[in-house]
Design a protein around this ligand. Structure first.
Ligand code: ADP
Ligand code: ASP
Ligand code: MG
Length: 401
């Protein structure tokens, strides 16, 4: 008998038929003698719908009240799934995140997990219950509910798997594993039988939505056995683990992120301290900067462009406009019609040429590159949003045929 954590995403619990399907998957595992802990997301687009509803009332709602609202989505799924499992005659109990012992800091909407006290879950498992936990949520030291960031139910699942010392953490979703690119964008994408934590972390951070990047980072750090598989088809998924068989691949996947905006400060003074000033302003506002490009100075001026997540664009723009005088730039140009497309692969380290092949593929397709950023295991380019799908397709074609 082993303890298994199973997480089901929004599309897997979207309606009653899908909940019945999940109830079957879960109860089969319980009937096979396993202790089963289930983590669920909100149904379908519930989280987006709740965000929209609140924005209709007050676009500037406090993050505390937004958390109070959003946690309801996951709680609905948890209770509905428990109700579906009861119907099949199995012992089950659903718990909110805080009933299950998930403690976080107070950074509402992006709280960090501080600690899990799994006592209650253990007691329920000892009573032979299937335990269904509402994902994405916790409680802070003041007794207020918190959420842990979009896609956070993946992280909830990994955190419980670690704290309960589970044998396996299975992330069930609407595709049957991790592919070489988003199978909805590239029809010829191939399913990977396994992928290393490092490559998966890079793919997830670069926009491959299939796993939240924090969940991968946590699974690597806490040595959780992780599998991504389909809720609807009983076929083997993708195992994410420390070391994988070398298949001699330079590139293991292509990812893209459309949640990107670019800001350019044109005509800055070409002197020490200018970049420091800009980026410390942004850092103080907790705005993460991704790719940075500085042009070669001309006539004592230079331009600095950088990218941030789209949802921080308004805040960043206001901040920079507020400090226009002290930063002394001529103009500020922003664009949110851009996309970041990346090729990822641990095999790149010893194989120069990945970047040139990628640029060549984009050039042949007539796609213009606006910015480039590289690391040991990835090459990213910033391109026009309209070219995004085609860029993913031609880069995938270049490396995977
Ligand atoms: P869930 O609701 O189960 O959390 P998500 O929508 O968050 O599901 O993640 C699954 C989606 O991730 C898939 O439907 C697929 O379109 C997308 N995706 C992006 N990149 C990849 C990839 N490399 N492999 C598999 N799926 C991917
Ligand atoms: N419901 C949350 C979201 O849509 C958390 C999750 O699905 O993992 O981001
Ligand atoms: Mg998800």
């Amino acid at each position: 008998m082993s303890l298994i954590v199973k997480k089901f995403g929004g599309s897997s619990v979207a309606d009653n038929d899908k909940l019945r399907n999940v109830a079957q998957v879960v109860t089969q595992s319980h009937a096979a003698g396993h202790q089963v802990v289930v983590v669920v997301s909100a149904q379908g687009d519930t989280t987006d719908d709740l965000l929209e509803k609140a924005a209709g009332l007050n676009p500037g709602a406090s993050r505390r009240e937004m958390d109070m609202l959003l946690v309801c989505g996951e709680q609905m799924s948890a209770s509905l799934l428990a109700i579906a499992i009861e119907k099949l005659g199995f012992p089950v109990i659903s718990l909110t995140g805080w009933q299950a012992g998930m403690q976080t800091d107070s950074n509402h909407s992006a709280a960090r997990i501080k600690k899990i006290d799994p006592e209650r879950v253990r007691v329920e498992l000892d009573r032979h219950n299937i335990v269904v936990i509402a994902g994405f949520q916790g409680i802070n030291k003041f007794g207020d509910v918190t959420t842990i960031g979009r896609g956070g139910s993946d992280t909830t699942a990994v955190a419980f798997a670690a704290s309960l010392n589970a044998e396996l953490c299975q992330i069930y979703t609407d595709v049957d594993g991790v592919y070489t690119a988003d199978p909805r964008v590239v029809s010829t994408a191939k399913k990977l039988n396994e992928i290393s934590f490092d490559e998966m972390l890079e793919l997830a951070s670069l926009g491959a939505q299939v796993l939240a990047s924090r969940s991968v980072e946590m699974a690597k750090r806490l040595r959780v056995n992780l599998e991504v598989l389909s809720s609807f088809r009983n076929v083997p998924g993708t195992i994410v683990k420390e070391v994988v068989k070398m298949e001699n691949m330079q590139v293991s996947g292509v990812a893209r992120d459309n949640n990107v905006a670019r800001i350019a400060l044109v005509g800055l003074r070409d002197m020490p301290g200018v970049a420091a000033k800009i980026f410390s302003l942004l850092a103080q506002a907790k705005i993460n900067v991704d790719i940075i490009l500085q042009s070669i100075g001309r006539h004592d001026t230079k331009d600095i462009s950088f990218t941030i997540a789209k949802n921080y664009l308004d805040e960043a723009r206001s901040l920079l406009e507020e400090h226009r005088e002290s930063l002394a730039y001529e103009s500020l140009v922003v664009s949110d019609q851009i996309s970041k497309v990346s090729a990822v692969g641990a095999g790149m380290v010893n194989n120069p040429g990945v970047a040139s092949r990628m640029f060549e593929a984009l050039a042949s397709a007539g796609i213009n590159i606006q910015m480039i950023s590289t690391s040991e295991i990835k090459v990213s380019v910033l391109i026009d949003l309209n070219d995004s799908d085609r860029a993913v397709q031609v880069i995938h074609q270049e490396f995977f045929g």
